[in-house]
Design a protein around this ligand. Structure first.
Ligand code: PBG
Length: 327
């Protein structure tokens, strides 16, 4: 055969495959989501997310120790309060669940990097991500509540805040509130591009944050849209976001690439609860090999342009990376 160009030449040796690989992965790029609920002595399996555990502030160090041992350095905290109300006021209490968790966690593991999810849906009695005006979430009335929540997280020790509410103008509101109190060095990771998605189902079960009526399509994005993702990300860049996020990840890789190409900020992908649960349940049914599928999904998310991956598989992925299962 007179074939001069043979792509297979670069594929047949495993060392060479490692050499010419276009996407390199590192445990440094992983963020592990952890749920903390109010109370003491809690360490319960989350039925909708097999393998994930809900802690209370006092037991959180067990979870932190596990992730640190696995080689994961950053986490994203989600709080589940005892009491909810119309405005979600437990979100910004000094002794709120996330604030307690931050103090307890930082004291034992000061070397870990604590990011907090800033949203009100876990804290409001109606389960929506802000203050209501009738059946509608009132954007502008919600901004000061989010800013107050973010500030209280930072004052309790958060290294970074990540607003996930999808209100317009919240990055600017949070930036101003942090700067005013002397926290101008604390970065904001904006859930800039967050779609209204059925992939969040297992999370809402885990965090008891399903809306009591309606859905989130009045503030989260429509999954038919990609140009709008670039617009949303651009607004957050202009408002002072330090890092951007696209969420969900697996079914949204075209969006990831579009945002990657439009902006130079570090870009995070959130591989959400439904993505994890789908792999888990398909593996439990014997239909796929769990590690192989989790590794492939993660690598493809990075290939699409993500610099950072938020995933319930963070601990396992760090191990698989070290073993060389993925590069
Ligand atoms: C809070 C929030 C949600 C998720 C992250 N932050 C739920 C939602 O918007 O309904 C979903 C994460 C996941 O599914 O893993 N607003």
């Amino acid at each position: 055969m007179n074939l001069f160009i043979r792509p297979r030449r670069l594929r047949e040796n495993p060392v060479l495959r490692g050499m010419v690989r276009e996407t390199r992965l590192s445990p440094d790029a992983l963020i592990y989501p952890i749920f903390v609920r109010e109370g003491a002595g809690v360490r319960e399996e989350i039925p909708s997310l097999p393998g994930q555990v809900r802690y209370s502030p006092d037991t959180l160090p067990y979870g932190l120790e596990e992730m640190a041992r696995a080689g994961v350095k950053s986490l994203m905290l989600f709080g589940i309060p005892e009491k909810k109300d119309e405005l979600g006021s437990a979100a910004w209490q000094e002794d709120g669940v996330v604030q307690q968790a931050l103090r307890a966690g930082k004291e034992r593991f000061p070397e870990l990097y604590f990011i907090t999810d800033v949203c009100l849906c876990e804290y409001t009695s109606h389960g929506h991500c802000g203050a209501l005006c009738g059946q509608r979430v009132d954007n502008d009335a919600t901004l000061p509540l989010l800013a107050r929540t973010a500030l209280s997280h930072v004052e309790a020790g958060a290294d970074m805040v990540a607003p996930s509410d999808m209100m317009d103008g919240r990055v600017a509101a949070i930036r101003a509130a942090l700067d005013e109190k002397g926290h101008s060095g604390t970065p904001i990771l904006s859930y800039a591009v967050k779609y209204a998605s059925a992939f969040y189902g297992p999370f809402r079960e885990a965090a008891s944050s399903a809306p009591a009526f309606g859905d989130r399509r009045g503030y989260q994005m429509d999954y038919h849209n990609r140009r709008e993702a670039v617009k949303e990300a651009g607004l957050d860049v202009a408002e002072g976001a330090d890092l951007l996020m696209v969420k969900p990840a697996m079914a949204y890789l075209d969006v990831m690439l579009a945002v990657r190409e439009a902006y130079d900020l570090p870009l995070a992908a959130y591989s959400v609860s439904g993505e994890y649960a789908m792999i888990k349940s398909a593996a439990a049914a014997g239909l796929v090999e769990e590690a192989a599928l989790a590794c492939e999904s993660a690598a493809c998310i990075f290939r699409a342009g993500a610099d950072i991956l938020i995933t319930y598989y963070a601990k396992e992925l760090a191990g698989w990376m070290r073993e060389g299962r993925i590069g």
